[in-house]
Design a binder for this molecule. Structure first.
Ligand code: CA
Length: 246
């Protein structure tokens, strides 16, 4: 009976099924406030956000299959150095979002770092914990505020987001809120240190001490000058910036 189903109607039935189960929203919310976007589809750190913030490659990335097209394998000597700070003074909101698959979790592995121990924003894996820290704003700064959650998976891709928004921090993994904190500072300060993906930027980090290169794969790295919303983090963002239900 199925084989005798009219081909035209079958096409529309399949089309309707795809639309129903992979509903795609307009790109606007995912692109809003997008400062930097590295798709990592090629061995180039070309900024595809339209802002011209190309990165400088350290080491030699290896292309592997990613979540959206290709991704980069970071072997412990690979990083993207950005010769520009994203944080400005004052910076009321800053978020990163990327896919990652860790190969090493026992040790200290930087995923994103900007600034240093006086004013900074940093995301890392530290001894089987996923951690997000900010600190502000000068040599008299209070201790950094750190969100830390257990993480030890070395098998699967994960959707990571770290959000700073007007004195509130949140860390998300696969759309799940792993923790929230409030900071004594209501903004991130400016600094003279550039940002880095897969390694620490020069000097120190928001956590204080230096960190090691990330070991694993990263894909579709985005940096935003706004606080990402929990509802959008529960959706997947595609290479073209579309949000779709997971
Ligand atoms: Ca990609």
């Amino acid at each position: 009976m199925f084989l005798s189903f009219p081909k035209g109607k079958l096409f529309f039935l399949l089309l309707f099924s795809c639309v129903s189960f992979n509903f795609v929203l307009p790109a606007k919310s995912a692109e809003e406030g997008l400062e930097v976007y590295y798709s990592l589809d090629k061995e180039k750190a070309t900024d595809e956000s339209g802002n011209g913030r190309d990165g400088v490659i350290e080491g030699k990335p290896k292309l592997v299959d990613g979540v959206e097209g290709k991704a980069w394998q970071f072997d412990g000597t690979t990083a993207i150095n950005m010769d520009f700070p994203i944080m400005t003074a004052p910076d009321l909101a800053l978020s990163i979002r990327c896919f990652f698959k860790a190969d090493e979790v026992r040790g200290q592995y930087m995923i994103y770092d900007e600034g240093g121990a006086w004013t900074g924003y940093s995301v890392r894996i530290m001894d089987s914990e996923l951690q997000f820290a900010t600190v502000c704003c000068d040599q008299n700064h209070p201790p950094p505020v750190i969100i830390s959650a257990p993480f030890s998976d070395t098998n699967d891709w994960h959707d990571l987001a770290a959000v700073y928004d007007h004195g509130k921090m949140a860390l998300y993994l696969d759309g799940e809120n792993l923790g929230e904190e409030e900071t004594k500072w209501n903004e991130l300060g400016g600094h003279g240190q550039p940002g880095a993906i897969g390694d620490m930027s020069p000097g120190d980090t928001a956590f204080g001490p230096a960190g090691e290169h990330f070991v694993g794969a990263l894909d579709d790295f985005r940096i935003y000058s706004r606080g990402l919303l929990e509802k959008e983090l529960q959706m997947r963002v595609s290479r073209k910036g579309n949000l779709s239900i997971i």
